[in-house]
Design a protein around this ligand. Structure first.
Ligand code: PMP
Ligand code: GLU
Length: 384
């Protein structure tokens, strides 16, 4: 049998694969500390869980509109219109099975075979594979964020661009003038933009960047905003994300979704509505403060580790240290797991060889123990 060349060209998801491997080793009895998972380690807040239970008991368990229940699309449109000062309506919103699904729908609806799509590095692991799965070609600039690279890519025929701030894997958040320069560069091209804002509520600095749409509202004609409830409300397993885009782009995503998954889980949509309506804002604030404290903890521990250099992350729940003298981060991570039982993600999965990603969506004890193991491993490696 012959298979799809596009699909055969895809790599497995390193983040999901390594989190699963760490879990498997742990359940087989090994002493494993996992700083792999890009997901909050808190239970979903009770008011949200209750809205899900109520949906089940009220019999809201049939198919819904394939783009999501009107109540949720209206609430998302209203909340993001306020947040970004753009006038979005329910028809601009598609609710999907996680933000990942929205990203895949948007990319698939915007590209034609062999189109080039610009992905600033380090990129989130799934972007290049989503682009390739749609028959298009991911292209990478030299630097992580640079208006000149955007203009150059457009000159070389790139049709679109993905932005993700705060960044997974680095936690990087641009400052306002950097974001304005990016927005200006995009405005000088015809490229569409997808901004993956899934970590938008996990920003730990004052004066962090406004959005490209805050600088250039007219870009909303060709910019899709993606977010969801997974990270902010600890709802990764519920699988609800959403996108806001122009009506045609949203219509096409809706058609694609209707022929692939139909609606996202009806129960999860009612639970997500409670989240978007602010029913768990207290819990959201508590989780935010925990992540900020853990960010401070991991940074202070890592600053005592020789042979790593890192920028303090201003958002999300990852820190992305650079290793001294490591050309093969995948091999480094597998030896680290083997010798110390510490699981982290290699930078190569994010297009940044020589780095590793540590998630601090983990308990204080795991963070302390994880950094101790990393330190021990590095001392052995470099002082041997
Ligand atoms: N974008 C980024 C940058 C992420 O880290 C994740 C985490 N999985 C997603 C999108 C997808 O989120 P979801 O779980 O809602 O699909
Ligand atoms: N986004 C998370 C991460 O980067 C979850 C895993 C995934 O969806 O790939 O670890």
């Amino acid at each position: 049998m012959k298979y799809s060349r596009d699909i055969m060209s895809l790599s497995p998801s390193a983040t999901l694969q390594l989190s699963a491997k760490a879990k498997e080793l742990k359940s087989s009895g090994r002493d494993i500390v996992s700083l792999t998972a890009g997901q909050p380690d808190f239970p979903t807040p009770v008011p949200i869980a209750e809205a899900g239970i109520k949906a089940i008991l009220d019999g809201k368990t049939g198919y819904t509109a394939s783009t999501g229940i009107l109540e949720l699309r209206e609430a998302v449109a209203e909340s993001y219109s306020r947040r970004r000062k753009i006038e979005w309506k329910a028809e601009n919103v598609v609710v999907s099975c996680g933000a990942k699904h929205d990203l895949a729908n948007l990319i698939r609806s915007a590209v034609n075979p062999r189109d080039r799509v610009l992905l600033p590095r380090p990129y989130w692991v799934s972007y290049p594979e989503m682009v390739k799965a749609s028959g298009a070609i991911p292209v990478f600039p030299e630097k992580c964020i640079d208006p000149a690279e955007i203009l150059k890519a457009a000159d070389q025929g790139a049709v679109g661009l993905l932005l993700n701030y705060p960044s997974n894997p680095s936690g990087f958040v641009p400052f306002d003038d950097q974001m304005r320069d990016i927005a200006d560069a995009i405005a000088a091209t015809d490229m569409w933009v997808i901004t993956d804002d899934i970590y938008e509520d996990l920003v730990y600095v004052e004066g962090a960047a406004l959005h490209i749409l805050d600088h250039r509202p007219e870009l909303s004609e060709r910019t899709a905003v993606v977010s969801g409830v997974s990270k902010t409300y600890s709802m990764t397993g519920w699988r609800i994300g959403y996108s806001l885009a122009n009506t045609e782009w949203s219509r096409l995503c809706g058609i694609l979704q209707a022929h692939s998954t139909s609606n996202p889980c009806s129960i999860s949509q009612w639970a997500a509505l409670a989240a978007v309506e602010g029913k768990a804002d207290k819990e959201k604030g508590e989780m935010y403060r925990s992540f900020r404290n853990r960010r401070d903890l991991i940074c202070s521990l890592l600053s005592d580790v020789e042979s790593v250099q890192f920028e303090r992350p201003d958002g999300a729940f990852y820190v992305f240290p650079r290793l001294a003298d490591e050309a093969d981060s995948a091999r480094f991570c597998s030896e680290l797991l083997e010798e110390e039982g510490l699981a982290v993600i290699p930078g190569s999965a994010f297009g940044a060889e020589g780095y590793i990603r540590l998630s601090f969506a983990a308990s204080d004890d795991d963070i302390r123990e994880g950094v101790t193991r990393l330190d021990r491993f590095l001392r052995r490696r470099y002082n041997a």
